[in-house]
Design a binder for this molecule. Structure first.
Ligand SMILES: CC[C@H](C(=O)O)C(=O)SCCNC(=O)CCNC(=O)[C@H](O)C(C)(C)COP(=O)(O)OP(=O)(O)OC[C@H]1O[C@@H](n2cnc3c(N)ncnc32)[C@H](O)[C@@H]1OP(=O)(O)O
Length: 313
């Protein structure tokens, strides 16, 4: 997508609004930034405003992180209050019917796919620090990181098959299925996507989706309790193994060489062969969005929520 269209979409999604924020802390730790998703009342679901904020953060990192004098080498993507992210903010669909329409589906898939494709190719080593749920688009977000650290109580669920939509790869949607194939393999990705199975930390260690598992985290915000939050601490330790030759004596590896390795590796998985794949997925996603299956699934979720039933979505 060309830069002008992207800027227009970012503006439009800011105007669509919604709750929450995506916060960027470039000085979280020496040469490590923290990007945190904060929409606690909705289990860190991404509102359109948050999608625009994430897109802008990634754009600015894309423009600066390759500079050899840029102080960052790595970043942690996390949620807050014991949830990573519960995907698209479903409240938007009950606030305005336009969010059930194909025009919005097309816009969201372009914006989120562009954002996560760029995120996955940043010249920074990235790790998702996952405490609690990463579900729907939230599960797709974690595939954009190079690595994943799960707390013992983390749960990953690609819920899309229950929502009557597919994930999408490369230019639209949140782009999870193609990246899941490159992290695992086609068979594992197909099983996970079609079954919508809830994956535990142990499942993810077994299948390779998790790189490291931390102790269960304490309650409390992920971003201001670094000292006691195990999932963030474990993610920092994981990244520091890349950054420091000798942490005690603060002897660091060359940041520019770490970043050029990331650039080489991520360019190897160049999506050129996937352009056709992407068109197929793109059409599938948009054709399913706003159709009966999805509308009934949304109704079910909203009914359960309004009825206050104890059942979960
Ligand atoms: C490509 C993107 C993809 C698509 O468009 O197809 C999507 O991401 S669609 C959205 C997919 N996400 C979901 O289906 C997750 C729905 N949420 C849940 O299943 C549960 O909330 C769960 C498992 C994440 C947590 O369950 P728990 O019992 O711990 O909490 P509650 O269900 O009571 O939720 C607390 C509070 O948060 C609100 N909430 C949760 N998820 C969302 C969401 N995705 N959008 C908006 N709001 C959300 C929930 O309504 C509760 O609010 P309250 O006012 O307290 O009832």
């Amino acid at each position: 997508m060309n830069q002008n269209n992207l800027k227009l979409l970012q503006k439009k999604f800011k105007l669509y609004g919604g709750l929450g924020s995506v916060d960027f802390n470039p000085n979280f730790q020496k040469s490590i930034a923290l990007v945190s998703l904060n929409n606690v009342e909705s289990k860190n679901a991404l509102s359109p405003k948050m999608m625009a904020e994430l897109s802008e953060i990634v754009d600015s990192l894309e423009n600066t992180s390759h500079d050899k004098n840029y102080p960052l080498t790595a970043l942690i993507l996390t949620g807050n209050k014991k949830t990573f992210c519960s995907g698209f903010d479903l409240r938007m669909t009950s606030s305005d019917n336009k969010f059930k329409g194909k025009e919005f589906a097309n816009e969201m898939t372009h914006l989120m796919n562009d954002t996560l494709r760029k995120f996955s190719k940043l010249s920074l080593i990235s790790i998702a620090a996952i405490d609690g749920w990463a579900i729907g688009g939230g599960a797709e977000l974690i595939t954009a990181c190079d690595f994943r650290c799960l707390s013992k109580n983390a749960k990953i669920k690609f819920v899309h098959s229950e929502m009557g939509v597919t994930t999408d790869y490369l230019t639209i949607g949140w782009g999870g299925s193609g990246r899941l194939i490159s992290i695992l393999n086609q068979k594992e990705a197909l099983k996970i996507l079609v079954s919508g199975k809830t994956l535990t930390a142990n499942d993810c260690l077994q299948n390779g989706l998790a790189d490291v598992v931390s102790e269960e985290s304490s309650y409390g915000s992920l971003t201001d309790t670094v000292s006691i939050n195990p999932v963030i601490k474990k993610s920092l330790d994981f990244l520091n193994d890349f950054i420091f030759v000798d942490k005690e004596n603060s002897i660091m590896r060359s940041s520019s060489s770490i970043k050029s390795f990331k650039k080489i590796i991520s360019s190897f998985s160049e999506e050129k062969p996937f352009i056709k794949f992407n068109e197929i997925e793109r059409d599938a996603f948009v054709s399913l969005w706003g159709e009966n299956d999805q509308l009934m699934a949304l109704e079910r979720k909203i009914k359960i929520k309004n009825a206050g039933e104890n059942k979960k979505y």
